[in-house]
Design a binder for this molecule. Structure first.
Ligand code: MN
Length: 487
């Protein structure tokens, strides 16, 4: 990913005189410098804006600067907000309003009217907030002291969501084959998605992939086999099956890299000329940051790539997932997620094993795949569905556990979890909202980040939490349906 940064734009006005403005600028630069040391991306102090023109100019620059992933504004002093209208009307980058102040304490002896003139963020940030509310701008408001770790964490999380926006707007998805026949939820309006989210979703012939596979050399395969050995245990003697996966991986990576694609999909119904459905090949590509969706599901593939980029600097644990089966013992209710092959090893609790087993679907040779247990921890599952006329992003809070059964005959990677608010109510909510069987499961990215991302992308967001009831959700969905039709 290219180097991203955020711009710190501080509002003020000429009323206070040059001494105050110099102090504001010096402090803003100091704050940006200090924050850049702890935030996941640099915060670059740009300007203490005092005029309509200065604000319009910095917004114009931000819009056209490919490395600027968003702006963070703050008002050390009062900044009359009509000055911001022309700039804000053109803003095309994510925007966070940081309501903070330079000093932590009100100094008892020192405070006089000069102090009040200089330190009036409580005053200025309200005027600043009004105009964004009046303009109905998508924004994040974060309030708190700039040196506090929890506040810095929230800004950092928002930055990562904004980077998810930048990644989304340039994302290219390579489709090998179409969607699985007759499946509804993996379909969607690609033109709408490109206009809204920026995704370029296009198809390449499987025959072309096979030609690239045929041209892969033995040396290239040897090299990738070494990488497999470094990360995985071999629990198979069928080296030819593993080498075939390496051949598939190398070919898919070459084609994606040539086109600048960071996500791909394929389907077991269109493997013309391929001996194995890619398993290990797709899994190892996902571990390198590529998004993937099975059965032609380009939406989940793109979301996987975006959430992996958002989680960068964490442990990269965002994975294509599928809800498979339930454990419905009272008091021990779990979902078991897996896929027929393609679960990203970033979510593995231990060292994955390469195994070769028959695949009942697709009628091809036995594919090599990574088998492992998913790790325990709080996570989310996310599904993007096309509601016809708009996109809905559904997010559910879950708690992953060490699988309660060893399941020695299950030949695929598996993750087990408890969903909020409970398995059964959670399922009722998920189904009521229209959530897919394919999801992105992430230990890195939070629900708040996905809400921020959806807000910046101007799409509907549905969050199923410990407090959600079917009744409250049905009501929210009904009202959202009306609201989105009016938008
Ligand atoms: Mn599937």
């Amino acid at each position: 990913m290219k180097k991203m940064e955020f711009w710190f734009v501080v509002g003020s006005q000429f009323l206070y005189g040059s001494e105050v403005l110099d102090t504001v600028a010096a402090r803003a630069a100091e704050m940006a410098g200090t924050l850049s040391k702890v935030l996941p991306y640099p915060l670059v102090y740009k300007v203490t804006a005092k005029t309509n023109q200065e604000i319009a100019n910095v917004v114009k620059e931000a819009n056209y600067d490919g490395s600027c992933a968003g702006i963070i504004t703050w008002c050390h002093t009062f900044s009359p907000s009509k000055m911001w209208i022309n700039g804000f009307a053109n803003l095309q980058k994510p925007y966070c309003h940081f309501a903070t102040q330079y000093n932590r304490e009100i100094p008892n002896e020192e405070i006089d009217m000069d102090f009040m003139n200089l330190n009036q963020a409580a005053h200025g940030d309200r005027e600043h907030g009004f105009i964004a509310a009046r303009l109905r701008m998508p924004r994040k408001v974060i309030a708190g002291y700039w040196q506090d770790g929890d506040v810095q964490k929230r800004i950092g999380d928002w930055m990562k969501a904004a980077v998810g926006v930048a990644v989304s707007k340039e994302l290219k998805v390579m489709r090998f084959g179409d969607n699985m026949r007759e499946v509804a939820v993996t379909e969607g309006d690609k033109v709408e998605v490109q206009a809204k989210l920026g995704w370029q979703v296009n198809t390449w012939p499987v025959g072309d992939l096979v030609a690239v596979m045929d041209a892969v050399t033995g040396e290239e395969i040897d090299k990738l086999m070494e990488a497999y050995r470094a990360s995985y245990d071999f629990a198979t003697g069928d080296m030819e099956a593993v080498r075939y996966q390496a051949r598939e991986e190398i070919a898919m990576k070459k084609m994606m890299d040539a086109e600048g694609c960071m996500a791909f999909s394929n389907t077991f119904q269109d493997l013309h000329g391929m001996k194995q459905l890619p398993g290990l090949a797709s899994q190892h590509l996902m571990s390198q940051g590529y998004g993937y969706g099975g059965e032609g599901d380009w939406k989940v593939s793109a979301m996987t790539a975006i959430m992996k980029a958002m989680g960068e600097g964490g442990n990269g644990a965002s994975a294509f997932m599928e809800d498979y089966t339930y454990h419905l013992v009272k008091g021990q209710e779990y979902s078991l997620g897996a896929h027929m092959l393609e679960v990203c090893p970033s979510v593995a609790a231990g060292r994955p094993r390469i195994e070769v087993h028959p695949l009942g679907i697709g009628g091809r040779e036995d594919p090599a795949r990574l088998v492992f247990e998913g790790k325990a921890g709080d996570a989310i599952v996310v599904s993007l569905v096309d509601m016809g006329g708009r996109l809905r992003l559904i997010c559910q809070d879950i708690h992953c556990v060490k699988p309660i059964l060893p399941m020695p005959n299950l030949p695929v990677a598996r993750v087990m979890w408890q969903a909020e608010p409970s398995l059964t109510t959670g399922v009722e909510c998920w189904i009521t909202a229209g959530g897919a069987h394919h999801t992105v499961l992430s230990y890195d990215v939070t629900a708040e980040q996905m809400k921020d991302w959806a807000n910046m992308m101007d799409i509907e967001f549905v969050h199923i939490t410990k407090d959600t009831t079917v009744e409250s959700l049905e009501n929210d969905l009904f009202l959202a349906d009306l609201a989105w039709k009016l938008k």
